[in-house]
Design a protein around this ligand. Structure first.
Ligand code: ATP
Length: 332
């Protein structure tokens, strides 16, 4: 039986994860769920943001369902984001964010895409140094990094039924680094059976709004993907509805795009939809396709029949909403 670690984390993290687990436990899945700690609450309790026991549990798991963590506001030089540590430790090089509208009234544009973003290089290497009154950042784009993210985008497109991949870059200015990415993109796409094109990132930011139908799968570098995927999330339903997957070759971390939302934490009002959709991605990752699609259908049906949390104009609390999704699942 495959093991899945479950980490609530901080703020609304434990609430949205508990709600999602309520549904998953009712699905009688052949998965061994094990709970673990990570984040600021864990630090206050154990002195570790990422306790060694958690790392042990993660190492014996295939995937983790994760809520959110709060980063300390003061710039503590000892603080290293446990999420970034996990991305590096497990080499979770692909960040995958499907963006499609579920709620008709939130459909600002006709967008149905997946963004596959390189997760370990680019602007987010963390290689910053101070020198002669300047801060210098090393922005890394490697041939290996480009090749494997494009290969992952091809796999994801085929699984999700997309026929075209658009490479988004800034190679007109960053000629060597983004030029490498663009060149490798076209090389890897040869023989994939999928259509390939490319676009400059600033034009892509506008086209997501003005010509949304020209996109299917987007493959891009770390910073561009970070920004474009929040734009796409805002266009298709907002933070409470946006799931994400961080995937390596052997391990995956699945989490909602939103953070720990301290303003609503502990009130039981958070919308767990993004976490439930992240659980759907996790189920696909462990090859439980039918379970993933039933869960997604039950969620969509629940929302469309008007059972919603407060952020979407409803009255249900986080757990009541999960119970409604569970009821629809057992009805099928
Ligand atoms: P962090 O510092 O952990 O990133 P944050 O509050 O700055 O937290 P988010 O957690 O992304 O950022 O939340 C932004 C706002 O969106 C919050 O003020 C919250 O009210 C709202 N929000 C985020 N997630 C949800 C959710 N699941 N349900 C309802 N509202 C949400």
């Amino acid at each position: 039986m495959k093991r899945v670690t479950v980490i609530g984390g901080d703020g609304i993290g434990p609430e949205v994860v508990d709600a999602t687990m309520h549904i998953l436990k009712g699905m009688d899945l052949d998965l061994d769920f094990v709970e673990a700690d990570m984040g600021l609450v864990s630090f206050k309790r154990t002195g570790h943001y990422l306790p060694p026991e958690t790392l042990n549990i993660l190492e014996s798991s295939k995937a983790v369902l994760f809520g959110a963590i709060t980063s300390p506001v003061t710039s503590d030089p000892c603080y290293h984001s446990p999420l970034l540590q996990l991305r590096r430790y497990f080499d979770l090089y692909a960040n995958i964010r499907p963006c499609f509208p579920i709620l008709p009234e939130y459909k600002l544009v006709d967008l149905n895409i997946v963004i596959v973003r390189e997760n370990t290089e680019g602007m987010y290497t963390g290689l910053e140094r101070e020198e002669d009154g300047k801060v210098i950042l090393e922005r890394v784009v490697s041939e290996k990094g480009c090749r494997r993210i494009v290969e992952k985008a091809i796999k994801v497109s085929k699984v999700m039924g997309f026929n075209k991949i658009t490479c988004i870059h800034k190679a007109n200015v960053l000629r060597k680094s983004d030029g490498l990415f663009r060149r490798v993109f076209y090389e890897v796409m040869e023989g994939s059976g999928l259509k390939a094109d490319d676009m400059i990132v600033d034009a892509a930011a506008a086209a997501l709004i003005s010509k949304p139908k020209c996109f299917e799968c987007i493959v891009t570098l770390n910073l561009y993907g970070d920004i474009l995927s929040d734009e796409a999330a805002a266009l298709t339903g907002g933070l409470g509805m946006a799931p994400s997957a961080n995937i390596g070759d052997h391990f995956g971390l699945f989490e909602p795009v939103h953070g720990s939302a301290p303003d609503i934490a502990g009130k039981g009002v958070a919308n767990p939809s993004a976490t439930i959709l992240s659980a759907c991605l996790l189920l696909e990752f462990v090859k439980m396709m039918d379970a993933a699609s039933s869960l997604q259908s039950a969620l969509v049906q629940t929302l469309n029949e008007g059972d919603r949390t407060r952020d979407l104009g409803g009255t249900l609390d986080t757990m009541k909403f999960a119970e409604k999704v569970s009821e629809r699942l057992t009805r099928h």
